[in-house]
Design a protein around this ligand. Structure first.
Ligand SMILES: CCCCCC/C=C/CC(=O)SCCNC(=O)CCNC(=O)[C@H](O)C(C)(C)COP(=O)(O)OP(=O)(O)OC[C@H]1O[C@@H](n2cnc3c(N)ncnc32)[C@H](O)[C@@H]1OP(=O)(O)O
Length: 297
């Protein structure tokens, strides 16, 4: 199921992202400024995301740099999805490390200001961008590693969960978890599935019901993250881990892993997310963005 979803994502997104680049005020392709660095490195930066590509290793580092807390605004989500799509289309890129440039924060999750007092159309566009970003990350044919160098509640945690591997700074002050219920949000099924796949049924059930945020050591104990390292080693450990993952035979292997040989598998979309973008009423009735409902009442 996960594999099918991952493959369906590839096709569902490229058309919309292409449209965003041309039509939307949030489009970011034109704002990504390429520049060349020594040693086969290249970098492009928008206002919220920095992408650094090492062509000699095939590893890209995607750094979120949107103060104060890397919240997932519509602009952020769009720039993120476009950056990831560009890497996906780059056959030389085989792995992406996701990290933050901000001290103490990986990402604070959805930008709450995007959901307060906005029109149903805006909410629809926003929610669609959320789903697209998750599909693009979870559905990536590249290896994805989250280098979690700060707190990562709610949507920040889901971003990390959408990656293949999670390395977190061992600072007990940093927390991570799907705390949506604490905020009055019922987590959609794809949050639940992503968490269950990572920590198992019982831990996921307790986490979601109680909206638990785990300290870094507790996150390791529950399996929410895979590894804790000193804060200044998060990125270097992510690079080393990526190198190990990329050493696994891919493109030419018999029965090869679809994550690293996407061109060899059937990418026909078979599974689709629930598209709520046309109906903010649906969002409200499902309690996904309850404060939007109260604003509209
Ligand atoms: C993969 C796809 C993603 C799918 C997403 C699925 C959807 C999930 C639902 C959500 O994500 S709902 C959002 C839930 N987020 C939170 O509950 C986080 C709330 N924030 C915090 O817990 C803390 O702010 C922090 C992140 C731990 C940072 O704490 P710190 O003490 O360092 O800073 P603050 O003083 O609290 O905040 C600084 C500044 O940032 C503003 N802010 C914080 N969080 C958000 C946010 N989510 N959206 C918008 N703005 C946020 C805060 O208001 C402060 O602003 P100010 O102007 O300086 O007062």
């Amino acid at each position: 199921m996960a594999t099918l979803l991952k493959h369906s994502a590839k096709y569902a997104l490229s058309g919309r992202l292409a449209r965003l680049c041309v039509h939307s005020r949030h489009g970011g392709l034109q704002c990504l400024q390429p520049c060349l660095l020594p040693h086969q490195r290249s970098a492009s930066t928008g206002s919220k995301i920095l992408v650094e590509m090492d062509n000699s290793t095939g590893i890209a580092v995607l750094t979120m740099k949107s103060p104060p807390v890397n919240s997932l605004s519509l602009d952020f989500l769009t720039e993120f999805s476009i950056s990831l799509e560009k890497l996906e289309l780059d056959r030389g890129c085989r792995g992406v490390i996701l990290t933050s440039a901000l001290p103490k924060i990986f990402s604070a999750g959805l930008d709450i200001m995007e959901m307060c007092g906005k029109s149903p159309e805006h909410c629809g566009e926003f929610w669609k961008a959320v789903q697209e970003m998750w599909l693009r990350l979870y559905g990536s044919s590249m290896i994805t590693i989250a280098a979690i160098n700060g707190s990562s509640p709610a949507g920040g945690c889901l971003m990390a969960l959408a990656c293949d591997y999670r390395i977190m700074a061992e600072n007990p002050k940093y927390s991570i978890g799907l705390n949506e219920t604490q905020l009055g949000i019922v987590a959609p099924f794809w949050f639940k599935d992503t968490l269950v796949n990572t920590v198992g049924n019982r831990v996921a059930e307790l986490s979601l019901q109680l909206g638990l945020l785990y300290s870094a050591p507790d996150a390791l104990r529950t399996g929410l993250v895979d590894l804790l390292v000193p804060e200044d080693k998060v990125l270097s450990t992510a690079s080393q881990t990526m190198t190990q993952w990329l050493a696994i035979p891919g493109e030419n292997a018999i029965g090869s892993n679809p994550r690293v040989s996407s061109s060899k598998v059937d990418l026909t979309p078979k599974v689709h997310m629930v598209d709520l973008s046309h109906s903010s009423e649906s969002m409200c009735s499902l309690n996904w963005i309850p404060w939007t409902c109260s604003n509209r009442a």
